[in-house]
Design a protein around this ligand. Structure first.
Ligand SMILES: *[C@@H]1O[C@H](CO)[C@@H](O)[C@H](O)[C@H]1NC(C)=O
Ligand SMILES: *[C@@H]1O[C@H](CO)[C@@H](O)[C@H](O)[C@H]1NC(C)=O
Length: 167
């Protein structure tokens, strides 16, 4: 009996963990991630993620659309239309959104920060020159692990603890 009960509790905790992992949509605003509370590093990371996921705009050619890669290339020929046709504004708005929900530590896959990409776009538009956000990480080894995976690990641990104690 006792044994069965603790097995059930263990199963229930694990199931709760999975529900939190797979359906984290409760009370979370993906369209307007600024509305989220974003208290934990994990929440603010997710909200920043949803900011960048709103990357689609009719003003942006698909090849000029910001993605998580952080790579953005706009040729000299395209830069006028990119800057004045709304794509620049759209892209800067995504970056601002991500910055508002996650002040520190957001990195694109190429290691570039929000500010780096923002400044590159700003500079290219001011100078009407081609935009290339290509970025070389100064010290590639630790930063991605530290900034992406540690919040994830600590959030998972927290969820596991919470679901264990709330029995
Ligand atoms: C938006 O970003 C996602 C993730 O990087 C990418 O898969 C998708 O292709 C992007 N959307 C557009 C329209 O480029
Ligand atoms: C962007 O810059 C990088 C590094 O300077 C370069 O290797 C790459 O070819 C450039 N991209 C384009 C499309 O010119």
């Amino acid at each position: 009996m006792e044994h069965g009960k603790s097995k059930f509790l263990l199963f229930f905790s694990l199931a709760t963990c999975f529900v939190f992992l797979l359906c984290p949509t409760y009370a979370e605003n993906k369209i307007n991630p600024r509305a989220n509370v974003n208290l934990s590093p994990f929440e603010s990371w997710r909200s920043a993620y949803f900011c960048i996921m709103n990357n689609y705009s009719k003003d942006c050619a698909p090849h000029n659309t910001l993605t998580f890669s952080g790579k953005l290339y706009v040729s000299q020929d395209e830069i006028g239309n990119y800057c004045d046709g709304g794509c620049k504004d759209h892209t800067l708005a995504l970056l601002k959104c991500a910055h508002e929900v996650k002040r520190k530590g957001f990195l694109f896959e190429n290691g570039a920060s929000l500010l780096y990409v923002y400044n590159k776009i700003d500079a290219a538009c001011n100078q009407h020159s081609a935009l290339n956000t290509s970025y070389t990480k100064p010290n590639s080894a630790t930063s991605l692990y530290g900034r992406y995976y540690m919040p994830l690990v600590s959030a998972l641990t927290t969820i596991a603890l919470l679901s264990t104690f709330s029995m």
